[in-house]
Write a protein that binds this ligand. Structure first.
Ligand SMILES: *Cc1c(COP(=O)(O)O)cnc(C)c1O
Length: 430
């Protein structure tokens, strides 16, 4: 099957978009700059399928970068949101929905005692860092090269995702003062972390980490890495922040904390938690979270935070995951099968690559033997990735349009879909 007409329609829309939206997009990676060509403009989505403006179907392997873990337009989510929209879309005042959401999260996530809702993963990470700084009275923090924690100023130093895709080394508009307080270490490198702590004694408020990195492709933690971060944070009184915006409610009900058995002090959420609407959250134990206003002096707020529509979509999605824990083993099985089948056909065609997977996060990196950190991810063959991306797109398979992004599966994906994807990849030849 070849995609028909999409290039022409998308081209017209992209031209028009660029006249009124910077670069034609509202988030940079969507512009296809790193893979070249014209972004596809979508109109509808159901289950594991996306439909473009011409009605062409694509199997979706990004699931809106994670949120659509149950598939698009899940009937229960659509129905709940439709019911809520007739009641009220925003109060700017407390609701029962917010309590139910917080209670459900506490049931699912280990160690969560108090949780504050926000509107994006960016806000969640920005607020968690401010809280860690306010609570400890220290300024500096450690992040890892190739990890992405949203676009707040302090995180835009050696960041992953779009920042890596566009090879932006330092971001204009982020002051030297801000960047000065951001210390970076290679992912999976515990010695580099120890060195930064030795060089900045008593100055470090927090270590923030993607417990499974997903913004330089998928890069799982090496055995012991997260455990050692936990030990170091306890020894030096540093707040350990797990950025579970990607991994939360995806790798397990309790996210990476549950799946990998390591506990953080603060956890940030986004993506799955909104079930396709704009939601983020951060939380932790009562002691640290009590430093947040109105209990404490660390200020944090939001006009639309806890928005009824967003809470309804998120609560419905989390409830389904909570009541159907087999979804996680099904997703694991499907992703493992996809990795295996894609590996078989790529190998059969003589491609040299490595794949990384944890749960329903997966990525392929060409012409490299292992990817355990950002410099290895960046050394992979981007040219082959670009060709692979466009080959799959022309066959009706929508991969993330950057080598620095992970695939995210939805449980709407069927075994027939997996065969279809493998079949599409089997015609990718040198
Ligand atoms: C997507 C992402 C963010 C940012 O979330 P937004 O909702 O895009 O602001 C932060 N951290 C991680 C790990 C992410 O994957």
């Amino acid at each position: 099957m070849m995609i028909k007409n999409s290039t022409k329609t998308s081209h017209l829309l992209f031209e028009r978009a660029q006249a009124s939206i910077p670069g034609g997009v509202n988030s940079p990676v969507r512009a296809f700059k790193s893979v070249g060509g014209t972004p596809v403009f979508f109109k509808e989505a159901r289950g594991a399928y996306l439909y473009d403006e011409d009605g062409n179907r694509y199997i979706d392997l990004i699931a809106s970068w994670g949120p659509m873990i149950l598939g698009h337009s899940h009937p229960a989510v659509v129905e709940a949101v439709a019911r809520q929209v007739h009641k009220a879309t925003s109060f700017g005042a407390p609701t029962r929905l917010e309590i139910e959401m917080a209670e459900l999260m506490k049931e699912m996530v280990p160690g969560l005692e108090l949780v504050r809702m926000v509107n994006s993963g960016t806000e969640a990470c920005m607020s968690a860092l401010r809280l860690a700084r306010g609570y400890t009275g220290k300024n500096k923090f450690i992040k890892f090269e190739g990890c992405y924690h949203g676009h707040a100023d302090p995180f835009l130093v050696k960041a992953g995702s779009g920042v890596a895709t566009f090879d932006i080394q330092s971001v204009p508009g982020v002051t030297g003062g801000t960047a000065h307080d951001t210390l970076t270490a290679p992912y999976n490198d515990i010695e580099a972390v120890q060195k930064l702590i030795d060089q900045n004694p008593g100055d470090i408020a927090a270590i923030i980490v993607e417990p499974v990195a997903g913004n330089m492709g998928c890069v799982p933690p090496q055995p012991g890495f997260l455990e050692k971060l936990r030990v170091i944070c306890d020894r030096y009184g540093i707040i350990l922040i797990f950025d579970e915006v990607m991994t939360g409610f995806r790798l397990a009900q309790g996210g990476a904390q549950e799946r990998l058995g390591v506990k953080a002090d603060l956890v940030t959420f986004g993506k799955v938690i909104g079930g396709g609407l704009p939601v983020g959250a951060f939380g932790g134990n009562r002691d640290i979270m009590s430093a947040i206003a109105p209990l404490g002096k660390v200020y944090q707020a939001g006009t639309l935070s806890g928005n009824p529509l967003a809470m309804t979509a998120g609560y419905t999605t989390l409830s389904i995951l909570h009541n159907n824990p087999q979804i996680y083993s099904e997703l694991d099985h499907k992703t493992q099968l996809l990795e295996q089948k894609l590996s078989e056909v790529l190998s059969a065609n003589g491609w040299h690559f490595t794949s990384n997977r944890l749960g329903s996060m997966l990525s392929f990196h060409f012409d490299i033997d292992q990817v355990t950190n950002f410099s290895e991810a960046a050394a992979a063959n981007q040219n082959t990735f670009r060709r692979f991306f466009h080959h799959m797109l022309s066959q009706g398979v929508y991969l993330p349009p950057s080598a620095f992004e992970s695939y995210f599966l939805s449980n709407a994906l069927t075994f027939e879909d997996i065969d279809f994807i493998a079949e599409a990849a089997s015609t990718f030849t040198a």
